[in-house]
Design a protein around this ligand. Sequence first.
Ligand code: HEC
Ligand code: HEC
Ligand code: HEC
Ligand code: HEC
Ligand code: HEC
Ligand code: HEC
Length: 347
Amino acid sequence: MMFKSLTSRSTCAACSLAVVLSLSSWLWPPDRTSSEVVAADKDNQELLDPAAWGKDHVGLEVPEYIEGGECLFCHRNDVGASWGTDPHNHTIHEANEDHPAMRALRSKASTSPIAKEVELILGDRRQSCFLKYTGEYGKLALLTVRADKRRGRRFRLSGDVANPGWLTEKFADRCAGCHATGVDGSDRTFITVGHDCYVCHGDAPLDHANEPELMPLSTARKDAPRVVVSICAQCHIRFGRSRSTKLPYANNFVAGDNLFRDFEADFDKADDPNISPADRHVMENVRDVVLHDNKELTCLSCHDVHGNSTAKHDKLPDGPSCVTCHDPGQSKKSHRMYEVHSVLCGY
Ligand code: HEC
Ligand code: HEC
Ligand code: HEC
Ligand code: HEC
Ligand code: HEC
Ligand code: HEC
C-alpha cells in the first residue's frame, strides 16, 4: 500500500483548512484532520496517511529517562508486585545455572564448555537465546545455539550445536530495538537490557506526581488510540523497518511519537493467512486505528499490561476483530489454537 501526502492547496476551503490545522496543533490529544485522508480502500472506506500527524525523535539523542528503580520507589504498590514477573521486564534476564535452557546447554559435550560464558538469557516461553556482554558499551553477543521449549519445562537445543560460536553484531543489527531499552539508532547501542518503564511510558517528568496527565498512558491523559498503538507497535510489528536506519526496529521511538513517520510496514499482512493470529490480530488492530481511524478498540481494550491478563476482552461485544481467533457464529468458549513463529526473531 502506498501513501502520498496532499501537497497542493488550490481552493479556499483548503485555506481555511490550513487555519484549522494550525489551531488543532494546540489541542491534545491530537485529532485527525481531513488533510490526512489520502485514499480509499476496495470498499470505498477512507484511508488516512499514517505518517501525517505528530512528531518523532529520529536523529535526536536518546532522552535521559528516569530508570525503573526510581519509578518503583513510588510505584512499588501498584506496579512493583507484578513487575518482577512481567514478560517485558523479563525478556532478558540473568542466566541462572538452574534455568532448564542452561541445563540443556550443559548437557551436550559440544556446548557444555561455552555454557560457562553465557551471562544472560533472552526469552523462555517458547525459546531461549543465550547472550554475553562483548565488553563494548551497550552491545551483546548472541550464541549460534538456542534452546526451544518442549513439553513441561524441557528444552531442546537447535542451531549450530556441533560448533557453537558467538555473533557479535547480530543482536545490535537485528534484535536490540525490541529486546532492550534506549537504543541509539546511529551506533545501535542500548542503555539497559530488557524493557524499562521508558519503552512504554517514555521520557516522563517527575512533575507527573502532581500532574499525572504529563505521563503517557496515564488515565488522566486519555492518549489518542493512535498514540497508544504506536507505543505497542514499535515492537509488536515484527515485519517492518525504519526508513532512516533500514534496521528492522524503530529508530529512537519515544512514547507519544507517531511511529509511522519513520517506521514502514505492510498493513496488508493483517489479512495474510500465513501469519499466526498472534501477529495478525496485532496488525489488524494497528491498521484499524491508523488507517481507518477506528477509535473504539486498541490493544488496551483487551490487554491489561501490568496485570498480564486478557480477561477484559471476554466482555467486549462481538465484532470483526474477534474472527482472527474465534470462528464466526461459534461459541466464544472455543478459540483457534495456533503456534507462534517469527522469521525476525528466529523461532
Ligand atoms: C520488531 C521488534 C523485534 C525485533 C527486531 C526482534 N524481536 Fe524478538 N520478539 C519481539 C516480540 C514482540 C516478541 C513477543 C511476541 C509474542 O509473544 O507474541 C518477541 C519474542 C522473541 C522470542 C520468544 C521469547 C519467549 O519467551 O519465548 C525470542 C527467542 C526472540 N524474540 C528473539 C529475538 C532475536 C534473537 C532477535 C534478533 C535476531 C529478535 N528477537 C528481534 C519483537 C522483536
Ligand atoms: C509494555 C509497556 C509498559 C511497560 C514496560 C510499563 N508500563 Fe506502566 N502501563 C502500561 C499501560 C498500557 C498502562 C495503562 C493501563 C491501562 O490503561 O490499561 C500502564 C499503567 C501504569 C500505571 C498506572 C497504574 C496501573 O497499574 O494501571 C503505573 C503507575 C505504571 N504503569 C507504572 C509503570 C512503571 C513504574 C513501569 C516500570 C517499572 C512501567 N509502568 C512499565 C504499559 C507499560
Ligand atoms: C516521587 C514519586 C514518583 C516517582 C519517582 C514516579 N512516580 Fe508516577 N506517579 C506518582 C504519583 C504521586 C502519581 C499520581 C497518583 C497516582 O495516580 O498514583 C503518579 C502517577 C503515575 C501514572 C499515572 C497513573 C494513573 O492513574 O493512570 C503513571 C503511568 C506513572 N506515574 C508512571 C511512572 C513512571 C513510569 C515512573 C518512572 C519513570 C514514575 N511514575 C515515577 C509518583 C511518582
Ligand atoms: C520495547 C518493545 C516492546 C514494547 C514497547 C511493548 N512490547 Fe509487549 N512484548 C515485547 C516482547 C519482546 C515480548 C516478549 C517477551 C519475552 O517473552 O521475552 C512482549 C510480550 C507481550 C505480551 C505477551 C505476554 C504473554 O505472556 O504472552 C503481550 C500481551 C504484550 N507484550 C503486549 C504489549 C502491549 C499491549 C504493549 C503496548 C502498551 C506492548 N506490549 C509494548 C516487546 C514490547
Ligand atoms: C479484541 C481484543 C484484542 C485486541 C484489540 C488486541 N489483542 Fe492481543 N490478544 C488478545 C487475546 C484474547 C490474546 C490471547 C491471550 C491468550 O492466549 O490467552 C492476545 C494475545 C496477544 C499476544 C500474545 C501472543 C502469543 O501467543 O504470543 C500479544 C503479544 C498481543 N496480544 C499483543 C497485542 C497488541 C500489541 C495489540 C495492539 C496492537 C493487541 N494485542 C490487540 C486480544 C486482543
Ligand atoms: C488473539 C486472539 C483472540 C482475539 C482477537 C479474541 N479472542 Fe476471545 N479468546 C481468546 C482466547 C485464547 C480465549 C481463552 C482464554 C481467555 O478466556 O482469555 C478467549 C476467550 C474468550 C471468551 C471467554 C469464553 C469462555 O466463556 O470461556 C469470550 C467471551 C471471548 N473470548 C470473546 C471475544 C470477543 C468478543 C472478541 C472480539 C472483540 C475476542 N474474543 C477476540 C482469543 C482471542
